[in-house]
Design a protein around this ligand. Structure first.
Ligand SMILES: Cc1ncc(COP(=O)(O)O)c(C=O)c1O
Length: 463
């Protein structure tokens, strides 16, 4: 009765990533009202600097009231629906993107396409660059939402580039080549590579060697590069962030074919902490891509009052400078809290310098070196410990035992509670006390049937 789209499961909704959220929704932690509830650590939100934006809004009541130079801009904004977006907003966005990259690159606003978040930006690029049944290569572990964003409606296939803990999950030329060969074996025509830089879930920036491998590979295979740089403003530690565009400029590739095959995705969801405002963008050197993506943006425009408000915030250069510095300082402090809390529980994290999460090594807590054992541990952490974290298998990691833990979507006090729970869990796992006793001592959370319904693609991350 329904379309194939409506009944196909490539949306990924039954991934543990989303199932953990559902479990959290049923029993959310609250300091006073529900202190034994589940703490949400599976959501990459940046709530650390809301106070700064709120104080800007208080200082600028005219902008909030949609006024410009004391005059109401309501009618103009209510009617504005040009899919090119407000020029003033696009100019501020390209300035902001350049600022994050230390003004080493200049961006042109006519190469920018506005979208309602990075989600449609990534999907739109897939529609522009590939046919259904063609493939993009993605380094693993990758953001679980990509199964929905890149594949679901477009029919594009993802082929994993398997990265390994032996070199800190860095992208190598041989891993790229292996993924390409794998796609060929599967009879898939490869159209490009999509990376996230800084990486979600690793929380690390790509280094120059990786970026060079990527560019060389894309030149050699005559394919596209999509660089999702949504976390570029969260880099809180050295080495500094290097954008793919910066490296392409350094290598003076302006006149090479590859120049037109490099595309950046960006959004204000993470750096400015406003995912609810739905502001994303594509930046491309390719005129046809910009043109087509602009036409496609009709399906998900950014509302004009949002553009108006954010253009004003971004035009306050003193404010944005302070906001970015302070946010990065707070993120670094938070990361340190998480890393030391986990260390105290005998758990190590991948050394990171960006993002709103850590990539955490719990291989020693597995009962065997399998994804089954990872799933078991994940269930226990959600249901017994009361922390919704993301299992590595939901990020298609090829090694069991890694987890992504977010640290910027909660208060400092809540993070402390989470770390105390983790410590109690590992202490009880290590002590002579049977694991069963730990279960009895903690809140007996019922294992609802969703935990047994994990989708098959998660149990087969080696595709
Ligand atoms: C790498 C990456 N790309 C895209 C998105 C989607 O962002 P948006 O809220 O702007 O759609 C996310 C959100 O977590 C992400 O981590």
């Amino acid at each position: 009765m329904l379309s194939r789209k409506a009944s196909c499961d490539s949306h990924g909704q039954d991934s543990s990533y989303f199932l953990g959220w559902q479990e959290y929704e049923k029993n959310p932690y609250h300091t006073v009202h529900n202190p034994t509830g589940i703490i949400q650590m599976g959501l990459a939100e940046n709530q650390l600097s809301f106070d700064l934006i709120e104080s800007w809004l208080r200082r600028n009541p005219d902008i909030v009231g949609l006024k410009r130079d004391g005059e109401s801009a309501f009618r103009e904004l209510a009617l504005f629906q040009d899919y090119h977006g407000l020029p003033v907003f696009k100019n501020e966005l390209v300035d902001f993107m350049a600022k994050i990259r230390g003004n080493r690159i200049i961006f042109a606003s006519n190469k920018l396409v506005l979208t309602a978040g990075a989600t449609p930006a990534n999907e739109t690029l897939m529609f522009c660059l590939a046919e259904p049944g063609e493939a993009f290569l993605l380094p693993t572990p990758y953001y679980p939402g990509f199964d929905r964003d890149l594949k679901w409606r477009t029919g594009v296939e993802i082929v994993p580039i398997h990265c390994s803990s032996s070199n800190g999950f860095r992208i190598t030329s041989s891993a790229l080549e292996r993924a390409y060969q794998q796609a060929q074996k599967l009879n898939l025509n490869v159209k490009g590579v999509l990376v996230t830089n800084p990486s979600n879930p690793l929380g690390i920036t790509m280094n120059r060697a990786e970026l060079n491998h990527l560019i060389d590979f894309a030149i050699d295979k005559n394919i596209h590069i999509v660089s999702d740089e949504i976390y570029s403003g969260t880099v809180f530690d050295s080495p500094k962030f290097v954008s793919i565009m910066e490296l392409a400029m350094e290598r003076e590739l302006y006149n090479a074919d590859i120049w037109n095959r490099i595309h950046i995705v960006y959004s204000l969801s993470k750096d400015l902490g406003v995912p609810g405002f739905r502001v994303g963008m594509i930046y491309s050197n390719n005129e046809t891509v910009v043109d087509t993506a602009t036409k496609m943006s009709s399906f998900g425009l950014v509302s004009s009052q949002t553009q108006f408000l954010l253009a004003s915030i971004l035009s306050d250069k003193k404010f944005t400078e302070k906001y970015m510095k302070e946010t990065q300082r707070r993120l670094k402090k938070r990361r340190e809290m998480l890393v030391s809390g986990l260390r105290n529980a005998g758990i190590q994290c991948l050394i990171s310098n960006a993002g709103l999460f850590c990539w955490v090594d719990m291989r020693h807590l597995l009962t065997s070196d399998t994804f089954e054992a990872e799933k078991e541990l994940w269930k226990r952490i959600v249901c017994e410990v009361g922390l919704n974290i993301s299992a590595g298998s939901s990020c298609h990691c090829s090694e069991p035992g890694w987890f992504r833990i977010c640290f910027a979507n909660m208060s400092q006090e809540t993070l402390q509670v989470a770390m105390q729970r983790m410590k109690a869990f590992t202490d009880s796992s290590n002590s002579a006390v049977s694991q069963q006793q730990f279960v009895n001592n903690t809140r007996a959370r019922s294992l609802t049937k969703w935990v047994f319904q994990l989708s098959s693609y998660e149990s087969e991350p080696h595709r």
